[in-house]
Design a protein around this ligand. Structure first.
Ligand code: ADP
Ligand code: ZN
Ligand code: ZN
Length: 805
């Protein structure tokens, strides 16, 4: 008997050892288990889920200690070799458990509890005798039965032949949906014979079979057949009993697209676009894993370049992955891809149900689609033959995952491009400083679009000094200039977008006598007021309570909400313009599935004059009738404790302004601010990216921030504040004594949110240039933590390249 050993990664949350374990593959499963299959293995007292990451014929484990795999979960592997290698790389790059990396690549439906059901897809006679006996009682059989009856080899063969189909019946809704169809016999002689043997009393059946002769071998729905021939279901059943046809089940994918789209044609490219495309095509043709930074002002037609580059990959028979930030996954954006490539496009975003996501993933895995448009995690789309990866709005912070594995989609994109020898396009009107610096150093190839595609002028931007407004006695949140501009638009029946910088702007409840702000009892964060429910909520842990009638501190009754939320702005608008029709788009109005789309549709149809919203509306909006964009307060994001505050503000203002006047009508932008002289605000006025870049690089250089230095963030938390402080100090001490002086370690300090979900949080910030010792030292620290600190209730996380510090 030959020995076959599987190396597996077990799924045991918080199990402190992160390495593969060896298990014996029982003889009868030798040809069934593959790398990337999931199995169950005995681990301690339990049977746990595990991923097979390697197969080998030897082991260091003494044979009498080597336990066998107890169960097979996948007869076809769920992860291919590329994904297994990528998981390994993610583990090393982001310092995470390999199991977290493996799980991150699968749709959530495959992470939930589910049952595997095998469906008979064809006539039972087509199966071999073992399978026939299993399917005799029912057309749906639990997968476990095949294992029990030792019929897995036969099953695998039947799957290959398409005789049976596996359904994962998820406890939630991740089910494969099916319809029953009728497959008409393809043997015409048989149909003729049946027709002739039928007596004339069965005229309807005869008529149906005659019709079937014209449609031999076709697969149709029962209702289509009945209505085409004008017979009842009973007649169809009778004919099927005679053997003229048989029922089959066909998998249908839940369609996340709710409406049909019109096909669009390729546009004649501008010279700039054509130049960019030719460079990208050359990299594709040369199978060169080149990273392009497509820097194009808003409205310059970056998307058209993506579309034509994708067309080129399709012609080569290859697949494309397109990432867009979650918030810009608007129906408008996805439609642009669907209207070009139709059914070849899969869409993945958080608005889909678990089942819909699973369906999209299956379409990708089965090669039924060639293009995926999705948010961050779509970078793991299991395509086998990738020809192009695109990150639109590459500067967006949502491309960085905040939980383990803390990967950046840009890094994964570049890794996959090397694996597949294909180019990557990073597109933005306001590239991240890191990417632009790399382009300047020629590590990325810079492609520039300086002209708007339809040659429209950039909108005129007016910056309004709110300090002067206040001095002049205007205490409202609208400046005279903005009110005037709104009035003009309302008269002309043009549309307006008002943008509220949400962060720092959410309303909190404040006591006007003692200044107390009501905070979350679990987190050191003020609670946010929600008018619709009269409640105050914590946006971090979900805690909520009714608005207190009196101040919890001084019992004063002068306690009320403060600050400006979108609801407050809406009220103010209604006071200023009683007739105005406002649509609000924020986290509250878009909770329901499809709400986003409904609001945008309504606005596009002219059902409202003003679209009022948060970050959500900054991206992707493209309506011809929008001629005014107002930014209520530009500086709220400027004063955040974040080294990227200026960059984020510049990006945001540029994006928002880009929403106005994209078509024939010229656009105007009004930006209200308390710091009009700040360079991020001044330079955004004319989208002067490069001057902004130069200026901001000086600041970063002076302060020692990226892209001049790399950052790593070590966070330590504990329910007890003393423990958290003590172990954070230990971590800092460990880092200082093991890393060279060239690496600076700042802290420990309290984290910017000093308590979250009842845990106190401390952090150390590591700044380094190129430090080969860093990862090994961090791994040692992790080892210390996993072997000892964890038992004391400490939680330690490491984030390389944190997006917020
Ligand atoms: P970006 O993504 O750079 O902001 P878009 O791709 O949204 O720009 O293009 C802006 C507008 O210009 C869109 O309405 C698009 O259809 C149009 N457009 C793009 N390229 C061309 C072209 N070559 N000819 C005509 N119109 C174009
Ligand atoms: Zn008070
Ligand atoms: Zn909380």
């Amino acid at each position: 008997m030959s020995l076959l050993v599987a190396q597996v990664i077990v799924d045991v949350a918080a199990y402190p050892v992160d390495r593969p374990f060896d298990y014996a593959v029982p003889e009868e499963w030798h040809n069934l288990i593959e790398c990337g299959s999931r199995v169950k293995v005995p681990f301690g007292p339990r049977n746990v889920l595990a991923f097979v990451v390697a197969l080998k014929d030897h082991t260091e484990v003494p044979l009498n200690k080597l336990k066998p795999i107890s169960q097979i979960l996948d007869i076809e592997p769920v992860l291919n070799n590329e994904m297994l290698a990528l998981a390994q790389w993610l583990k090393d790059q982001t310092i995470c458990y390999e199991i977290d990396a493996l799980q991150a690549m699968l749709p959530s439906a495959l992470r939930a509890k589910y049952e595997k059901i095998v469906h008979l897809n064809t006539d039972i006679q087509a199966l071999d005798s073992k399978l026939q006996s299993i399917f005799r009682k029912s057309e749906k059989v639990n997968f476990m039965q095949f294992q029990r009856e030792n019929a897995l080899h036969e099953l695998k063969e039947a799957i290959k032949q398409g005789h049976v189909m596996i359904e994962n019946s998820v406890k939630q809704q991740g089910k494969v949906k099916e319809v029953r169809k009728v497959c008409i016999a393809s043997d015409e002689a048989l149909l003729i014979e049946l027709e002739e043997t039928l007596s004339n009393r069965a005229a309807k059946q005869k008529q149906l079979i005659a019709w079937m002769r014209q449609h031999a071998g076709e697969v149709l729905t029962p209702s289509d057949i009945c209505s085409a021939v004008g017979v009842t279901m009973a007649v169809l059943h009778a004919v099927i009993e005679r053997g003229a046809a048989h029922f089959i089940k066909e998998e249908v994918y839940r369609d996340p697209f709710t409406k049909a789209v019109q096909k669009t044609d390729f546009l004649q490219l501008t010279d700039e676009q054509a130049h960019a495309l030719s460079k990208i095509k050359r990299a594709m043709d040369n199978k060169h894993p080149e990273t392009f930074l497509l820097h194009g002002i808003t409205g310059s037609g970056k998307t058209e370049v993506y579309l034509q580059a994708i067309q080129h990959t399709l012609q080569e028979g290859k697949e494309s992955i397109v990432l867009v930030p979650e918030i810009s996954l608007t129906p408008q954006m996805t439609e642009r891809f669907r209207s070009r490539f139709g059914e070849l496009v899969a869409v993945m975003h958080s608005g889909l149900s678990v089942g819909e996501k699973y369906d999209e993933w299956r379409k990708i895995q089965q090669g039924k689609v060639k293009v995926v448009v999705g948010a961050r995690s779509a970078i793991f789309a299991p395509f086998e033959n990738v020809g192009l990866v695109i990150l639109d709005e590459e500067h967006e912070s949502t491309y960085k995952q905040e939980d383990s594995p803390r990967y950046h989609a840009r890094d994964v994109a570049i890794w996959r491009s090397k694996f597949h020898h294909c180019p990557v396009i990073l597109g933005s009107a306001t590239p991240s400083l890191e990417s632009f610096a790399r382009a300047k150093k020629k590590r990325y190839t810079l492609l520039t679009l300086n002209q708007r595609a339809k040659n429209q002028a950039l909108p005129e931007v007016r910056i309004v000094d709110m300090r002067a407004e206040l001095k002049g006695g205007n205490r409202s949140m609208f400046s005279e200039a903005l009110i005037e501009s709104i009035r003009i638009r309302l008269e002309k029946q043009e549309q307006i977008v008002l943008f509220l910088n949400r962060r720092g702007y959410s309303s909190f409840v404040l006591c006007r006598d003692c200044g107390t702000v009501v905070e979350c009892p679990n987190c050191d964060i003020s609670l946010t007021y929600h008018r619709s429910t009269e409640k105050i909520k914590c946006h971090y842990c979900g805690y909520e309570e009714f608005v207190p009638q009196t101040c919890p501190q001084c019992q004063s009754e002068h306690i009320r909400f403060f600050g400006t939320g979108t609801q407050k702005v809406e009220e103010e608008l209604n006071k200023l313009f009683p007739e105005v029709r406002v649509l609000r788009m924020d986290v509250d109005t878009t909770k329901q599935k499809g709400a986003h789309e409904l609001i945008l549709d309504a606005f596009g149809n002219g059902e409202a004059d003003i679209l009022l919203g948060t970050q959500m509306i900054a991206k992707g909006l493209d309506f011809p009738n929008i001629t005014l964009v107002g930014v209520l307060s530009a500086d709220t994001s400027l004063h955040l404790p974040d080294y990227r505050a200026a960059e984020r503000t510049f990006q945001l203002l540029t994006q928002v302004s880009g929403r106005a006047g994209r078509h024939e009508k010229p656009g105007e932008v009004v930006v209200q601010t308390y710091t009009p002289e700040h360079y991020a605000i001044e330079l955004s006025k004319e989208q002067l990216y490069e001057p902004f870049y130069e200026r901001e690089m000086l600041t970063r250089h002076g302060a020692g921030y990226p892209p001049y230095f790399y950052l790593a963030l070590v966070q330590v938390s504990h329910e007890d504040v003393m423990m958290a402080a003590e172990y954070a100090a230990k971590a800092a001490e460990y880092l200082r004594s093991n890393l060279p002086f060239s690496v600076s370690i700042i802290g420990p300090t309290t984290a910017s949110i000093s308590r979250l979900q009842n845990r106190y949080r401390y952090q150390c910030l590591i700044k380094y240039k190129i430090e080969p010792n860093l990862i090994p030292v961090l791994l040692q620290l992790i080892k210390l933590y996993r072997s000892d600190w964890i038992k004391k209730g400490i939680m330690l996380t490491i984030d390389l390249d944190p997006s917020m510090i």
